[in-house]
Design a protein. Structure first.
Lengths: 844, 136
């Protein structure tokens, strides 16, 4: 049955959200321009009501879409293409933003929430700021409208409530319009990870937060309150930078931990599209702080705040219009919204430029030049360095746009982004990072306006000596030889040490002001962490056997991977490695289960226990059904170090039909000084036919030992079954199961081959002991002599090819991230309390 | 000269340097013919070629040859001028490769084979089926 109501309701909410956003923007606009206080107040009330209606509609859309996903209404395209019946609830939430419509919705959701917070926290600026935010919401609402203007064939937006039969041109709908698929196609298994639950909302909150300083800036220019907008905008800008930065680093961590992109950052256009606005936002914060302290750099503040929001729109355009199609690995696909996205981008870009142009002359400026020894001067230089750092990434990332523009004017342009992006960006970004590090170390010493050359040298002596001392030790100990790396290391250490000095000074007098010092320490640590973990990442799984793993593979593959056969230890980089077998992941338990102790059923996600299995301290009795995550296989690798201490890693592989390849996720042994990063790089293909040896027969009695490929085996039990899953037994049919115990190197295995006589025909169902590469079949039963014939096939023992890397000091990177966030937290608190004080005075 | 002027000149200088270095390191989208010409004239820099996988008239993909252990594979690609070319890729077949409607290979010619260092794909709609498998 097709559930029409919920989709219609959702669509109604979309239309309502669109209209109310427009009405809210209009009312707030009237309230801003209206001179008459009474009429202005009533427009304000209108605007507020409209925005509340808008916010309620947005929450309504979210609720409707969630109902559709949660109840598995697969007649809807969104549920069908992003969810499936077996998806756990927390991943149903992530289905939400897997699609493009849902991620627009997420963005709108945050805007709506921020709008409500602004209405309640800042009455003074409400009318003008909310005009801008409502207008932004109006544009975003059109993206999910999903209306085709008749006659023009113009599609506006893409609705998440579209029915499957309208989205797909499948023949079945011609026959049966009410057809509802049994199951959805599901969330991509690679994305079924908790990061998919928390990373997108964080990133989109960061996206959404950039609108607040932008709105204050526009409002300030519009209302000619050129200076006043900075104070309320500053805590929001800080909050935005913190969340956006957190989102970016979460993405990096996700890529490192699960997606196995080889590292945490690849300079892909999609990554760059977030990185650039973030750098500009950071630069904006710096000049805003300068302005607050000395009333300089107001123009720079205006330009940078406006630019960072416009860059967010630009990055949305890049990633969602399909323009990056030939340049990026993971941009969204084109939903035909490019035109709309371009209008959205141009509207706010042109609007900002025109407004700034008109007001430019009126902006107060200071005539006197900032002294070279002033704090402002150095912060300003730092902001410029950040902008240039962003510019260096922006220019190559925009190459596809440049091609399009040239084509638009009839030219031919075939410029492609640099072929080796990582190398290209790293070599320049490294020097910008050095500049930023040196400036953020030194800039802090210009806390007071009147510092001269002499004082500065006094202040800097201790940190400089310490830096050189530490650098020398680290360079010698870590064997850092690359000159550029040495420069980056010294610069990073200098930031950390110089800011640590400032921090100690501040902790005594005014810890509230320590936000800047703390964040900069974080930045220094992040740089040092990146330098070592990327620059000195080392492959440790070196093939020292002198034998090739595969003739067809490259020399690099053969040299940098090791082949492990089951239970045959091999040494690697100070460890003894042992591959202990394939493991599956049960849904209801946290431990893994040995694949050998489970028996397949007709359904790939349901398996039956062959013996009693102990998981999480509980016992799954023999014969019980266990639900597993079928697409994942884990490979248990035991590591023993030279001290005899052991630990176990479970790298994962997903083999997906139709995906053709192996999707490997690493498992990481985290140590204080370095990570040991392990992933499988080749496995036995489970979908392929196995090469079994010829059948070897044994005629034996109960409890008599025989040797199956050198493993001692015994038939312990033989029993008649009444029921065999998948086979219909009728009267006169016989099903017999042998229970064979096999003594492996490490443990015992059970194999249960079946012998069936059905309709006077003999059938045999063999059973495999995967670990040992053995397949047992019950060939015949001889009741007259109390004997059986057991057949044994063998194959190559289970194996796995493993790659392991050492990532030194990566924890410095992650801890730097946390310190950075803490620093932002301190700064936000300080700036917000400043704003609150002024608000209580009724001034802002 | 005022300090701000000096800073301004430095900024412009760096910006120009950025643009020049981008232009210098930028690769180009070319066809296989042009790529071969470049290779034979001794230019071994990496280039991008845009094209599609070779398909039969009924839409079946032909010419994909994985190596025995699936660690590398080669395939036949048709560029925008309808020239066919065997491309070798020294990595396992990327997910969704066969579903892609457009392929970009980045690499260079080594004799008659195009060796790809990287493959980018454009899929009709990522991770989505194109039609409903109807089961009534």
């Amino acid at each position: 049955m097709v559930h029409y109501f919920i989709g219609d309701l959702g669509h109604l909410f979309v239309i309502l959200a669109l209209i109310s956003a427009f009405f809210s923007a209009f009312s707030y606009y009237r309230a801003t321009v209206q001179q008459d206080l009474k009429r202005s107040a009533s427009w304000l009330a209108n605007g507020k009501t409209a925005f509340f209606v808008h916010a309620a509609s947005v929450f309504g859309i979210v609720a409707c879409l969630f109902v559709i996903i949660y109840n598995h209404y697969f007649e809807y395209h969104y549920a069908w293409s992003h969810s499936s019946t077996r998806l756990p609830t927390h991943y149903m939430i992530s289905c939400f933003w897997e699609g493009q419509e849902g991620s627009f919705l997420l963005w709108m959701f945050w805007h709506a929430l921020l709008g409500i917070i602004l209405i309640f926290t800042n009455k003074y600026w409400e009318a003008s700021v909310m005009t801008v935010i409502s207008l932004v919401q109006f544009f975003l609402s059109t993206m999910i409208l999903g209306v085709v203007i008749p006659g023009l064939e113009l599609k506006i937006g893409s609705s998440p409530f579209i029915l499957l039969r309208d989205a797909m041109d499948a023949p079945i709908f011609k026959v049966e319009p009410e057809f509802v698929p049994e199951d959805g196609t599901g969330l991509n298994p690679l994305l079924q990870n908790y990061w998919m639950v928390i990373h997108p909302p964080t990133l989109f909150l960061g996206f959404a937060l950039t609108v607040v300083p932008f709105a204050y800036c526009i409002a300030g220019l519009w209302q000619k309150k050129y200076k006043e907008w900075i104070r309320p905008a500053l805590p929001w800008a800080l909050f935005g930078a913190a969340i956006l930065g957190l989102g970016i680093l979460m993405g990096a961590y996700w890529a490192y931990e699960t997606l196995n992109f080889g590292g945490y950052w690849n300079w892909d256009p999609v990554e760059n599209a977030v990185y650039v606005p973030w750098l500009f936002l950071i630069a904006a914060i710096h000049v805003m702080i300068t302005f607050k302290n000395s009333h300089t750099a107001l123009k720079a503040s205006v330009i940078l705040v406006l630019t960072s929001f416009i860059l967010i729109l630009y990055s949305t355009f890049l990633t969602r219009s399909g323009i990056l199609g030939n340049a990026s690995v993971h941009s969204f696909t084109d939903l035909g919204l490019s035109g709309q996205l371009l209008i959205y981008l141009l509207f706010f870009t042109v609007g900002s430029i025109v407004l700034s142009w008109v007001r430019w002359k009126e902006l107060p400026t200071t005539e006197k030049e900032a002294s070279t020894y002033s704090r402002e001067f150095w912060i300003f230089i730092g902001a410029i360095a950040l902008c240039l750092m962003g510019f260096q990434v922006l220019v190559p990332t925009s190459i596809p746009v440049y091609n399009k523009v040239v084509e638009l004017f009839g030219g031919v342009s075939n410029v492609a982004p640099p072929a080796d992006q990582i190398e290209f960006y790293s070599k320049s970004q490294l020097w910008f990072a050095v500049a930023v590090a040196i400036l953020s170390g030194t800039g802090q010493f210009f806390w007071w306006k009147k510092i001269d050359g002499k004082k500065l040298i006094n202040q800097l002596t201790v940190p400089l000596i310490l830096t050189l001392l530490c650098s020398t030790i680290i360079i010698a100990a870590g064997n850092v030889a690359e000159p550029t790396y040495i420069v980056l290391l010294v610069a990073g250490l200098y930031t950390v040490i110089a800011n640590a000095k400032i921090l100690f000074g501040l902790l005594k007098t005014s810890p509230k002001l320590s936000g800047g010092a703390v964040t900069h320490i974080g930045v220094g640590l992040i740089l040092i962490g990146i330098l070592f973990s990327s620059g000195y990442s080392k492959v440790v799984s070196l093939n020292t056997t002198g034998m090739l793993i595969s003739k067809d593979a490259s020399t690099e593959f053969n040299n940098e991977n090791i082949l492990l056969f089951l239970n045959e230890p091999k040494s690697m980089a100070g460890y003894e490695l042992k591959y202990k077998g394939e493991r599956v992941e049960p849904i209801e338990y946290s431990d893994f289960i040995d694949k050998n102790s489970l028996e397949p059923t007709g359904l790939e996600h349901l398996l039956v226990a062959k013996t009693d299995i102990t998981v999480d301290g509980e016992i799954i009795p023999k014969g019980d059904t266990v639900e597993i995550a079928a697409e994942n296989t884990y490979y248990e690798i035991e590591y023993t170090d030279t001290n005899g201490e052991t630990f176990t890693l479970f790298p994962r592989a997903q083999v997906n039909e139709g995906m053709g390849g192996l999707l490997a996720s690493p498992d990481i042994k985290r140590k204080l000084s370095k990570d040991l990063y392990t992933h499988v790089s080749s496995i036995r293909n489970p979908t392929e036919e196995t090469d079994w040896s010829d059948l070897q027969e044994f005629k034996i009695e109960l409890n008599q030992n025989f040797f199956a490929n050198d493993y001692v085996s015994t038939v312990e039990k033989i029993e008649r079954l009444d029921k065999v899953p998948g086979v219909k037994l009728s009267e006169g049919d016989v099903a017999i199961r042998a229970e064979i115990r096999v003594l492996g190197e490490e443990k015992e295995y059970v194999s249960q081959p079946l012998f069936i006589i059905k309709d006077n025909l003999v059938g045999r169902i063999p059973d495999e002991v995967g670990d040992l590469g053995l397949r047992f079949s019950l060939i015949n039963v001889h009741p007259e002599t109390d004997q059986f014939t057991i057949g044994v096939n063998t194959r190559q023992k289970n194996w796995v090819v493993l790659k392991a890397m050492e990532k030194p000091l990566i924890n410095v990177l992650w801890s730097g991230t946390l310190i950075l966030m803490a620093g932002f937290g301190i700064a936000i608190k300080r700036r917000y309390s400043e704003f609150k004080k002024m608000r209580e005075k009724g001034l802002e | 000269m005022k300090k701000s002027h000096i800073i301004g000149i430095i900024i412009i200088g760096i910006a120009i340097a950025v643009i020049i270095s981008t232009a210098g390191d930028a690769s180009t989208y070319v066809t296989f013919d042009e790529a071969q010409e470049m290779a034979s004239s001794g230019n071994s820099s990496s280039i991008h070629v845009v094209g599609e996988l070779k398909k039969t008239r009924s839409g079946e993909i032909v010419g994909i040859q994985p190596s025995v252990d699936k660690l590398s594979f080669s395939f036949v690609m048709v560029d925008e001028n309808q020239n066919e070319q065997t491309v070798f890729y020294n990595e396992p077949m990327p997910p969704d490769f066969q579903r892609s409607e457009k392929v970009v290979v980045i690499g260079s010619y080594q004799e008659d084979t195009f060796i790809a260092d990287k493959i980018l794909m454009k899929c009709p709609s990522k991770y989505q089926e194109n039609t409903v498998k109807a089961e009534l």
